[in-house]
Write a protein that binds this ligand. Sequence first.
Ligand code: ASP
Ligand code: MG
Length: 466
Amino acid sequence: MRIVMKFGGTSVGSADAIRQVAEIVAESRREHEVVVVVSAMNAPDLRTTDTLINAARAAAEGDGDATAQVAPRLLGLHMRAAAELASPAECATLEPELRAMLDYMSDLSRSIAVLGELTPRALDLFSGLGERINARLIAAALRSAGIPAEAVDATGLIVTDDRYGAASPLRNETRERAQTRLLPLLAAGTVPVVTGFIGATVAGVPTTLGRGGSDYSCAILGDVLDADEVWFWKEVDGVLTANPRVVPEARTLPRLTYSEMAELAYYGANVLHPKTVLPLVQRQIPIRIRNTFNPTHPGTLITRERGEGAAKAVTAIKDVSLVTVGGPGMLGIAGVAARIFGAVARAGANILLISQASSEQSVCLAVPQPESRAAVAELRRELAAEFSAHDVEHIEVIEPAVIVALVGSGMRGTPGIAGRLFGAMGEARINIIAIAQGSTENNISLVVSAADGDEAVRVIHRSFHL
Ligand code: ASP
Ligand code: MG
């Protein structure tokens, strides 16, 4: 198989972690063609990307030496790891290379301080440096462990538009360049170690794909290289049935569908962001989430096919406000819903859930709590005439509330799930404030008060034997 695998910042956060990475790559390479994608080093006391971004911002505020000050710490972090993992000869080549990259940034930072301005384009140069350094370190570590490897800057592979800080890939150009550059390496048995997070415009100007963008880099490469599978190595065994801080008995799900993954991400579970893995979902390339620090665990496999079981996981969005607009005159007025949603959108509030009973006496919607005041103010403005005619009588806000969602594609067409869910909540004497289920039947969402949120998650987890 051809496997594109990404190691996140914590998976490469220390010499010990990188040693694990080298073992994983050595092992996988025995059976598969492997392309490695790496994030910047996220050490407990030195988060590389944040540090670089802060230094660039300080420069814009006039502190021209900000980068020069952090450069020795970044060099130290990477070279200390190199000293443990790479041969003396590798270290001797690596050190001047990293030093030159950091010196260049220090110079750039002085110019930024003089100009007093940090453009998104200049910021991308800074923020992507961590990946460029780390790919070199990890390639050196792999070679020192006897694995042929080569660091590759994705600026030469991933072609993007010029939205600095949040660039999007141009698929055809990327496919062409990535194949031309990487397939010969694979054919020669060399492991490419590609920088996550970064790309470049057609003209070659460096860009980044947005914070956390290494997952996206990995998905893009998995797609354009026609990978058989794409693996994301993280610091958890896979996707869990619930947040283990709330539900101690939460367990790892062996299988998920793409749509279940998307639902879980939407409801705040810390999994892959659906947008970042879209290139894989479209091609139906299987995804695995695995644990760098527990590599014998099979992890979670995410494909199109559903596995066993109807309900898979339970998750929650905290700090939401439930806004209810109601009144006797709303019955049968066409366009009220459109105006309500329009007003909330104008207020810049993101609607998380909607529910309207067929009596049409009220519409309720959940928004993030910090956005509720603006939403309510805009609703009052929009519905001023209806208020004075008493067609609309109240706008009620319940906060803080929690949305609890039970997720699973197998719930579709399986009767009795809602009954069991509400029964369990009733027995636990938890009051349900609002309910929503989309017709895809992928999830059932309940709104409960903040005080009941964690208990609701536990009750559901228990009663569905997740
Ligand atoms: N290093 C980048 C960040 O911290 C990209 C990534 O880690 O995915 O946002
Ligand atoms: Mg990261």
